[in-house]
Design a protein around this ligand. Structure first.
Ligand SMILES: [Zn+2]
Ligand SMILES: [Zn+2]
Length: 149
C-alpha cells in the first residue's frame, strides 16, 4: 500500500502535493493484469476529485467498491468459515474490471490455501487465464502460481 506523507507525497494525476485535510484515495496494489486499463493506478495516491474527473472514473469507482467490500470479509469461499491464520490465507485480487469478462466473478475471492487446491472452479480460472494469455489479453506473472497450484 502506498504511503502518504502530507506536504510531500504528490497526487499522481495533478502532481500537486497532498496536504492534511485533502480528500485522498490510496489505490491498493490489487490489479493483477498488466494490460488492465487501471493497472498503472496500482499503489499510487490521488485526490478523490482528480480520480472522479478522470475518464476512467466509472471503472475506478466499481473497483474501489469491490475492494472495500472484500476488506471486511476474510471468509473462505469453499468452506464458508472465517480465515483467522494469515499463513493459510489466499486472495485472488482484482482479475478484471470488465464485468463481461468471465474472470470478473472471481475478483477478490478469498480461500484457505488448502481449500483453493480442492476447489472445483479452480480449473475454470486456470483455463481462462491460459486463454487470455494466449489471446494477449493478459500480461504479467502475478497469477502464474494458479496455473501450477
Ligand atoms: Zn490531484
Ligand atoms: Zn476454507
Amino acid at each position: 500500500m502506498a504511503l502518504v506523507f502530507w506536504g510531500s507525497t504528490k497526487c499522481d494525476l495533478c502532481r500537486k502535493v497532498l496536504n492534511v485535510g485533502d480528500q485522498i484515495v490510496t489505490f491498493p496494489n490489487a490489479i493483477q493484469n498488466e494490460l488492465d486499463p487501471l493497472y498503472n493506478f496500482n499503489d499510487k495516491v490521488y485526490h478523490l476529485t482528480c480520480l472522479m474527473n478522470s475518464p476512467q472514473w466509472n471503472e475506478i469507482d466499481l473497483f474501489l467498491k469491490q475492494y472495500s467490500l472484500f476488506k471486511r470479509t476474510k471468509t473462505c469461499v469453499v468452506c464458508e468459515q472465517l480465515i483467522t491464520n494469515p499463513e493459510e490465507y489466499l486472495n485472488l485480487g482484482c482479475l478484471t474490471i470488465d464485468s463481461k469478462n468471465p474472470l470478473f466473478k472471481y475478483n477478490f475471492l478469498e480461500f484457505h490455501k488448502q481449500h483453493f487446491k480442492q476447489w472445483s472452479e479452480k480449473w475454470e480460472i486456470q483455463s481462462q487465464l491460459r486463454q487470455q494469455k494466449d489471446d494477449k489479453l493478459w500480461s504479467g506473472n502475478s497469477l502464474d502460481w494458479i496455473l501450477e497450484f
